[in-house]
Design a protein around this ligand. Sequence first.
Ligand SMILES: [Zn+2]
Length: 208
Amino acid sequence: MDKALAVTARAFLCFQTKGRLLDAHLARMLTSPRQCRCCGATFAQLLSLSCDRPDICSEDMEVEDNSAVLATRGDILTDDFCRLGDLRFVRAVLAIPLPGSRGEEFLLGTWASLSRDDFDAYLDLFEMRETEKLGDRPAWLANAIPPDMPMPAGCVLEMRPEGQYPELQVTEQNHPLYPLQKDGAELEELLELLYAYGHDLPSLVFDA
Ligand SMILES: [Zn+2]
């Protein structure tokens, strides 16, 4: 399995069924106990994936508590922050709607690269859970999604209230995530994306 996208241990708490009609195939998959061959996750669990660091950040760097970002200078990786030389990153969520599901989303826990000024302002507001005061900031997606995608995606980082992770909206129209985020992903597109990360659900699903 690709290192960058493992099933997140702490769910993003956004996986909601709103009690409306689901596309029949999608509905079956959402409740299916069948497990991915690579990681044992169910389809429902795979709807919330997470990268534990920006791609540029070495695997050797240990993840520290968030408090360490204020207590130290220099390069550091914490649960939600990363500082590498002049680069600054914060953890963010990238949501892809699933049209057949009426309300379900495919959630990617990713990292956003932002300016030093915005990073410092975000840090100041983070403790007070008032990051939404920053509004929308320009940012770059700091993980390659899909994994063979060399093009960095220009984004807007939308701050959200009450300590929620900010949300990335891809603004780079030539990036493959742009139409997925705008129009939503069909089930097959979603399975393709998961498969690109080594999660082998298609064969399980279509054998069934
Ligand atoms: Zn898997």
